[in-house]
Design a protein around this ligand. Structure first.
Ligand code: VGL
Ligand code: ZN
Length: 193
């Protein structure tokens, strides 16, 4: 395990009720197991002087992201609802960055995409990280969507990235999606711990 320092940020992706609670609208198998792992990781990060940020999927009631509106997913993480809240056992000790709150689609914590125009826009995440952050440690949900896209974007932005293998879980619309996502992250030269 590599040490935390003030040039490192721990990014906790979408650890929200709809994904992490078995009663959520888009439950990820084993999603709740990630919560204590992330809490311990946060202790280590803060002890080492690292920054911690939490992303929060935060959708309007209608969005091209949802199957009922032409997209892929059951309604989930609607802004202001129980499902969109961060998991109650998650100890939130850092910045919270919402994403997906407009009509845009996309999974990355760093960017969203307008499905009509293809335009890609930054979220507040990059600007929320303190100046001097060079390395990101990533955990959360889901391996094959928001974790994957956040890690790929982070590599494009030039951060060194470490993914905590025990701290992520996959949706697996198709079996093997989680493993394939890990391979893509490693191909992008993220390291897997
Ligand atoms: C996610 C599907 C839809 C995620 C978000 O957080 O991985 N997956 N919206
Ligand atoms: Zn979503």
């Amino acid at each position: 395990m590599s040490a935390y320092d003030e040039r490192t940020a721990l990014i906790v992706v979408d650890l929200q009720n709809d994904f992490a609670d078995p009663a959520g609208n888009l439950p990820v198998t084993g999603g709740d197991e990630v919560v204590p792992i992330v809490n311990e990781e946060t202790d280590r990060a803060l002890a080492g002087g690292a920054f911690v940020a939490y992303t929060q999927d935060w959708h309007p009631p209608s969005t091209p992201h949802f199957a009922k509106d032409g997209g892929t997913w059951p309604v989930h993480c609607v802004a202001g609802t129980w499902g969109a809240e961060l998991h109650p056992q998650l100890r939130v000790r850092g910045a919270v960055v919402t994403k997906g709150s407009g009509t845009e689609d996309g999974y990355s914590g760093f960017s969203v995409r307008d499905p009509a125009t293809g335009e890609v826009r930054a979220t507040r995440l990059a600007s929320t990280l303190p100046i001097g952050i060079e390395r990101l440690v990533v955990a959360g949900l889901a391996t094959d969507y928001c974790v994957l896209e956040t890690v790929l974007d982070a590599r494009r932005l030039g951060y060194a990235v470490e993914v905590i293998g025990s701290g992520v879980r996959a949706v697996e619309l198709k079996p093997g999606d989680g493993e394939r996502a890990i391979q893509r992250m490693v191909q992008a030269r993220a390291t897997l711990r």
